[in-house]
Design a protein around this ligand. Structure first.
Ligand SMILES: CC(C)(COP(=O)(O)OP(=O)(O)OC[C@H]1O[C@@H](n2cnc3c(N)ncnc32)[C@H](O)[C@@H]1OP(=O)(O)O)[C@@H](O)C(=O)NCCC(=O)NCCS
Length: 260
């Protein structure tokens, strides 16, 4: 009788940062993100298996990769969203209310390229808002896990060509509903600089409540500080996690570079 000896599974791999199948393969084998390397073959995520593995920092898989919100839907960021990321952060209105210096094109490309990786493995990430009728990416919902479990900091940007159509409100509302159904968050917080009327309207229309003014909490890019208008939305009703996708096809070995 013939015996075949199969090679041991690797404990450390490098996968392309935008290769969702490879990332899921590694996650299913309890590997965590160690670092992202820029190499001649592109940006590679180094993932390694640790004995003290705990669930990764990131966010759950989205059923069918899409959260529907009527005239828009949310999906994972893709490499092709680099222009959207760049333009949403560089127009005059965005710069007026920004907390950080304008991004470089390289930064926008990196963020779009590693969108899926960050969603699955990082404590802060973003989803793309897409116009349902045309499949055009029109904005971003940004999210960061705060320290108390179940509490999120959220942000939103809509490309200047698509403002005033209700997209930010619809995307934000649905993101909160989905996150609660996924048992990810029950409390959502956001901070707005005084004078950002459009953002205040978005928060209020999406069901956020004003909780107070926090002095000098937000940096102004040109120097100095702004107060923060602090808004929160709480959803505590019971629900089931039927919005999650549990089928990752992670048994299919992807193309990766094993580093053993
Ligand atoms: C804030 C922002 C995301 C709103 O996006 P949007 O898709 O245009 O928002 P909506 O179409 O859902 O509009 C929501 C409300 O804001 C109002 N609004 C939009 N632009 C406005 C403006 N410049 N001044 C006053 N109200 C405005 C809309 O009229 C609407 O209220 P209404 O239904 O009562 O008329 C968008 O203006 C933006 O990207 N701004 C720059 C980034 C930013 O400030 N992000 C928030 C940081 S806290």
């Amino acid at each position: 009788m013939e015996h075949t000896v199969s090679a041991p599974e690797p404990t450390k791999v490098q996968v392309a940062v935008s290769d969702s199948a490879a990332i899921e393969w590694a996650v299913a084998r309890r590997m965590r993100l160690v670092e992202v390397r820029q190499t001649t073959s592109g940006h590679l995520a180094v993932m390694e298996k640790f004995d003290d593995w705990d669930a990764p920092d990131g966010f759950p898989l989205i059923k069918d990769g899409r959260i529907d919100a009527g005239d828009v839907y949310l999906r994972y960021l893709q490499p092709g969203d680099a222009d959207l990321v760049y333009e949403c952060d560089t127009d005059a209105l965005s710069r007026r209310w920004a907390l950080t210096s304008p991004p470089t094109r390289q930064y926008a490309e990196n963020m779009a390229r590693r969108g899926y990786l960050d969603w699955r493995l990082s404590y802060k990430s973003a989803l793309t808002i897409v116009q349902s009728s045309s499949n055009t990416p029109v904005g971003l919902i940004k999210v960061r896990k705060l320290v108390p479990p179940g509490v999120a900091d959220v942000g939103y940007q809509v490309h200047e060509r698509y403002r005033g159509l209700g997209y930010a409100v619809h995307a934000l509302q649905m993101f909160c509903t989905w996150s609660h159904q996924a048992q990810l968050f029950h409390r959502f917080e956001l901070g707005i600089k005084p004078g950002n009327t459009a953002s205040v309207r978005v928060a209020e229309k999406a069901g956020f409540v004003f909780e107070g003014r926090r002095s000098a909490r937000l940096v102004d890019v040109g120097g100095g500080y702004s107060d923060e208008l602090h808004y929160a939305k709480v959803i505590t009703a019971k629900c089931s996690a039927s919005v999650l996708n549990n089928d990752t096809n992670s048994d299919v070995a992807p193309a990766f570079v094993s580093t053993h």
